[in-house]
Design a protein around this ligand. Structure first.
Ligand code: GLU
Length: 284
């Protein structure tokens, strides 16, 4: 018997859901329901500067209004900080992380000074300044309480993982990964206890997600996610990245397009079925 399909929708509560979110959520929900599988909801509120509890509450309300239901409890990332800490400690214990004290301005200066820095999916890769600190200098700065992020030592991480990392993308087959493009990625931020990349892979594994349905804007991140999964021994899910919903002029929908929030559409008298159709996924 084929394994049960488990999908999820994992919004960050930084604003009200818009039609693009509805599209993504409906895709994951329908895939799970059509296969008799499970659909999970996760609130990715790890960034205290951008996330708000009232937006999280609104997300649940809007999804229920839209006609979606989810299995089990909603996982709220900010309630699981100890789990992310344990994952980070595990990587640090293997020498795969190092503290980075650089400010954005420090990094921009270094990048500008270095010849032809290639661009990575998260911007220019980190130039490695703090990787070159001596163990003593590092320890002294940490002990002094200097704010720091934790970065993955990409060269070491690659040395500990298979050279042919790949993932299964529905409809396209196996795609090769190139996580090196990320450089020394941040896994714990100065201002947040862990990064998106760490938390998303941790939680997909912890929650037993087998098929990740999400927008194609996140496909590049999958290369790094597969590396983290491999380092941590977490299972490999399948992926189905979908095109982003665009407006009539072909522009990608974003949070600034207030007219497209589900709340506004509901207040304007649209029914859930109409909104499902507007989100590009009509019923039937
Ligand atoms: N929390 C992410 C976002 O709202 C999505 C994470 C994911 O689907 O992998 O953009």
């Amino acid at each position: 018997m084929p394994a049960e399909i488990v999908t999820r929708f994992a919004p960050s509560p930084t604003g009200f859901l818009h039609l693009g979110h509805a599209h993504s959520a409906l895709r994951g929900w329908r895939r799970a329901r059509a296969a008799g599988g499970r659909f999970l909801l996760r609130i990715e509120d790890i960034d205290p500067g951008r996330c708000r509890p009232d937006f999280a509450a609104a997300i649940l309300e809007d999804l229920a209004w839209l006609g979606l239901d989810w299995d089990g409890e909603v996982r709220v990332q900010s309630r699981h900080l100890a789990e992310y800490r344990a994952a980070l400690d595990g990587l640090a214990g293997r020498g795969l992380l190092y503290p980075c004290f650089c400010t954005r301005a420090d990094i921009a200066r270094e990048v500008a000074a270095s010849a032809a820095a290639p661009h990575g999916p998260d911007g220019a890769p980190y130039p490695g300044t703090c990787r070159r600190l001596s163990p003593a200098a590092r320890a002294a700065r940490v002990a002094a309480g200097e704010p720091h992020a934790l970065r993955l030592d990409m060269a070491r991480a690659l040395a500990e993982s298979p050279p042919d990392l790949s993932f299964h993308e529905e409809g396209r087959g196996r795609l090769r990964c190139d996580p090196a493009r990320f450089g020394d990625a941040v896994l714990a931020r100065k201002d947040a206890p862990a990064s998106y990349h760490l938390c998303v892979t941790h939680d997909d594994s912890r929650q037993g997600v087998t098929l990740i349905t999400r927008g194609e804007d996140l496909q590049a991140a999958t290369d790094l996610h597969r590396l983290i999964q491999s380092l941590m021994g977490w299972p490999e899910p399948a992926y189905a990245h979908h095109p982003l919903l665009t407006d009539a002029s072909g522009r990608r929908l974003a949070k600034r397009d207030r007219a497209a929030t589900l709340r506004d559409l509901r207040d304007a008298g649209r029914s859930p079925a109409e909104v499902r159709a507007m989100a590009g996924l009509p019923d039937g």
